[in-house]
Design a protein around this ligand. Structure first.
Ligand code: IPM
Ligand code: MG
Length: 365
């Protein structure tokens, strides 16, 4: 299999975590006989510094020409006061829109060795496995008009029927492969956009009578995720609410440094850790690379149907955590504190060991 992948390491800790993820990607590809062609390009603040824009047309066409895109992170204090369309974040939003990535999948599940790393109680967290399905190309993120003057600021929350239908359908299809339960999160008690969202989600649900559908207001959902996360399986929600709820749900995994994501559309796919560019620790070899590495696992599974490769990457991460290795964000006394590159090396070692054991038939997952 020949795979063309564009790497967009971005800003802050983006390059460090991407480098770790690429090391795992290369090893896994080699073991599973996939021939990978990687091309690296600039995005975000680093692109702005060189080209005066956070995303060039060349990079965009390179992404159009790829089987998958891997992104690190964008943003940093240096660029905070730039006009809206030149900010690093604008590049990410443009990329999502241009590639038609309307499905955003953020799995918040617990690695059992990390039960203590969360601020939530272990007994609340145990066995939690939530999949946040965030609509990614609509809502206030893209609605027009938008702007501000000295006296006023405004945005437009909007959804078209087609936008709600396609993400709802995806949610119900995915639910068939999981526990058969979808919670649709909105703010229909206040917002017309959400009333519309709810109505369309229910219409699509009529084609999926075997799936259980519940509605929940977003303020209640935020509370329920920390009160009793096990009640959820798939959370289907609008772009803005998904942004907020996925950061809350990150605490289930113990750290924002543990949450991977896949952004999918009809023709393209992009994989990125949910965390940001963390400028305060950038360049210090301290960042947690596991979300980026997990994003690579998601890529193997969602884009290339290489489920076995994904499974072994996840098993390698699990093993590494069981052995007590932790980057600073998930470190507790008694653990072994490691750097970004050390964490990567240990995951690679475990990957190779688990792969070899499986090849010999000694170990089954
Ligand atoms: C995310 C981020 C982005 C978003 C930012 C960086 C534009 O917070 O992916 O969750 O708001 O979608
Ligand atoms: Mg966010």
């Amino acid at each position: 299999m020949n795979l063309k992948i564009t790497l967009l390491p971005g800003d802050g800790i983006g390059p460090e975590v991407t480098e770790a993820a690429v090391a795992v990607l290369k090893t896994a590809a080699e073991k599973f006989n996939a021939n990978i062609r990687l091309t690296e390009a600039l995005i975000g603040g680093s692109s702005y510094e060189k080209y005066g824009v956070p995303l060039t047309d060349e990079v965009l066409s390179q992404c159009y020409d790829s089987d998958a895109v891997i992104l690190g992170a964008v943003g940093g204090w240096q660029w905070e006061n730039l006009p809206h369309n030149l900010k690093p974040e604008a590049a990410l939003l443009k990329l999502r829109k241009a590639l038609g990535l309307f499905i955003n999948i953020r799995p918040a599940k617990v690695y059992s060795p990390l039960l203590d790393a969360s601020s939530l109680k272990p007994e609340v967290l145990k066995d939690t496995d939530i999949l946040i399905l965030r609509e990614l190309t609509g809502d206030v993120y893209f609605g027009e008009p938008r702007g501000y003057t000295d006296d006023e600021g405004w945005n437009t929350m909007t959804y078209t029927r087609e936008e709600v239908e396609r993400i709802a359908r995806y949610a119900f299809e995915l639910a068939k492969k999981r526990s058969g339960k979808v919670t649709s999160v909105d703010k229909a008690n206040v917002l017309e956009t959400s009333q519309f969202w709810r109505k369309v989600v229910h219409e699509i649900h009529q084609d999926y009578s075997e799936i259980e559908l519940n509605d929940m207001y977003v303020d209640n959902a935020a509370m329920q995720i920390v009160r009793d996360p096990k009640q959820f399986d798939i959370i289907l929600t609008q772009n803005l609410f998904g942004d907020i709820l996925s950061d809350i749900a990150a605490m289930i995994t113990g750290s924002l440094g543990m949450l991977p994501s896949a952004s999918l559309g009809k023709d393209y796919a992009l994989y990125e850790p949910v965390h940001g560019s963390a400028p305060d620790i950038a360049g210090k070899n301290k960042a947690n690379p596991l979300a980026a590495i997990e994003s690579v696992a998601m890529m193997f599974s969602y884009s290339f149907q290489m489920d076995k490769a994904a499974e072994i990457i996840e098993a390698a991460i699990d093993k590494t955590l069981q052995q007590g290795y932790r980057t600073a964000d998930i470190y507790f006394p008694g653990n072994i504190l490691v750097s970004t590159t050390e964490m990567k090396d240990i995951v690679l070692e475990n990957f190779n060991r688990i792969y070899d054991e499986q090849a010999l038939g000694v170990f089954t997952l």
